[in-house]
Design a protein around this ligand. Structure first.
Ligand SMILES: [Zn+2]
Length: 478
């Protein structure tokens, strides 16, 4: 009987600890931020954006599919749209798909870099309700490929800079406006710009590229809009699993055909996901947004010391975005065996795409997969791979500067770091800056986020106007 009492006392103590920690897990009150008045020319913003959308700057890995004239058309437009940027800053062309403007500030000591890309992904015209490259405006919404990804921020940076220069503004520090025209095909534009910085010993104190946005209903239980700043990104990796055999006739198969051996390896890898790993961006996100979550979820986030295994299990079972935030993921995407149904394949292979978590490396990941294959005959090769980016700092001025400009533009937003799951050109900046931030200054609904690389991409003109105002604020504080 005393054992029952001891158990009950321990249970009550355990629950008391959980509740006590939950009660103390309260959000910081949102600091009131004054909305600095920014004048913007709404008509010009719309006109310029329409002109940019009308340039069909679609990039393809197969260069023969690209229409170079469309890129030239866009580049020729820029001096007309942004004459003050061209009059004040020095333009350097490092590749034929990149533009680097150097806008001299009062000091070269702590330069900032504002990034965007002006190429877009192809469209499937049949699936669009309106033409993708005409710049049609209906009910205050501008239609066009690139409206969000990322001609919107490309325009935002240039429009803000042009407007401020026209007013005689000079930034405190040098600013570089760095644009690539081949981001969507992982081109050489951004790496060439980073190399240029490296050769000159220039270490940017602040880099801002596409990434998170102002979003709602993404974190369970949080009602406020959240401005998510990517402070790191996962590393992409393609792996090929190959099995070569003697082949033979399918009428006399071995107990396990090459396809069967590969299938077993695939199954074993899926059964043994990479370990659950809470990295700093996610720990910070859980801490900031978890405090604003519902009571039930706050119990979990306030007590990760004991709920970690439960969270791990939920993530494993659910997969998707939540799971991708806490571990290296493996997605099997390709497979090939024989070309005829009655021939055992002499050469069979399976392809997987991985997204490596901070702390993982392409080498370690490949070795783990090789081990999990459980069959020495399977060859495991990396087709392409890049280690995850370093994690940028959030404890000093550049992050605060970004948070302030965000709060001054979206006054009710809660700013939080997060880990970017997709790739951006900013990953190349890891070696030269501790302050690389991935944030697209736009409030985007779930539907709008779904249009990125999808059909019917469009953006309210009011969203663009705020994007320009945000860039004016950030430039003023750089
Ligand atoms: Zn894109």
């Amino acid at each position: 009987m005393p054992y029952v009492l001891i158990f009950l006392a321990a249970l009550i103590a355990f629950i008391a600890v959980l509740l006590h920690r939950t009660a103390n897990f309260k959000p910081e009150p949102l600091e009131a931020v004054a909305l600095s008045a920014e004048t913007v020319d709404e008509d010009k913003i719309l006109r310029d954006m329409q002109a940019l959308i009308r340039c069909k700057t679609v990039s393809y890995r197969d260069k023969s599919l690209e229409d170079n004239a469309e890129f030239e058309k866009l580049e020729a437009l820029l001096p007309q749209l942004f004459p003050h940027v061209f009059g004040t800053s020095k333009l350097t062309r490092l590749t034929d798909r990149s533009l680097l403007f150097h806008w001299k500030g009062k000091s070269p000591m702590a330069p900032g870099v504002l990034m965007a890309h002006y190429d877009v992904v192809p469209v499937n015209e049949d699936m669009w309700d309106k033409p993708a490259f005409e710049g049609i405006v209906e009910d205050g919404v501008l239609w066009g490929r690139g409206a969000i990804d990322t001609k919107g921020t490309f325009l935002g940076v240039l429009e803000a800079a042009d407007h401020l220069i026209a007013q005689g503004f000079v930034p405190e520090n040098d600013l570089y406006l760095a644009f690539a025209g081949d981001e969507e095909i992982s081109g050489t534009g951004a790496p060439a710009i980073v190399e240029w910085f490296k050769q000159r010993g220039i270490k940017p104190s602040f880099v801002l590229d596409e990434g998170g946005a102002v979003v709602e209903n993404v974190f369970p239980g949080v009602k406020e809009p959240c401005a998510l700043i990517g402070i790191g990104e996962k590393g992409p990796m393609d792996v090929k699993f190959t099995l070569d055999t003697n082949g033979g006739h399918s009428s006399t198969p071995p107990p396990h055909s090459p396809v069967g051996v590969l299938a077993k390896a695939v199954s074993n890898i899926e059964k043994h996901p990479f370990p659950f790993h809470l990295t700093p961006p996610i720990e910070q996100m859980f801490d900031i947004l978890g405090r604003r979550s519902s009571f039930a979820l706050r119990i979990v986030f306030a007590n990760l010391w004991c709920f970690r295994p439960v969270l791990d299990l939920i993530c494993r079972l659910k997969g998707g975005e939540l799971n991708a935030l806490v571990r290296t993921t493996v997605a099997f995407t390709q497979m090939q065996g024989s070309t005829a149904s009655n021939v055992l394949p002499p050469h069979a292979w399976v392809g997987a795409n991985l997204r490596l978590m901070t702390g993982e490396t392409v080498d370690k990941a490949r070795k783990r997969l090789k081990r999990l294959c459980g069959d020495k005959r399977i060859q495991v090769d990396m087709v392409m791979g890049m280690n995850p980016s370093p994690i940028s700092r959030t404890d000093d001025e550049p992050y605060q500067r970004l948070s302030k400009a965000i709060r001054a533009t979206w006054t009710d937003a809660v700013v939080s770091p997060y880990l970017m799951l997709a790739c951006s050109d900013s990953r190349h900046y890891g070696p030269i800056s501790d302050h690389v931030y991935r944030f697209s200054p736009m409030a985007l609904s779930k539907e709008e986020r779904g249009m990125i690389h999808g059909n019917n991409e469009r953006i309210p003109v009011a969203t663009l106007v705020k994007t320009v105002a945000f860039y004016q604020r950030i430039i003023k504080s750089c």
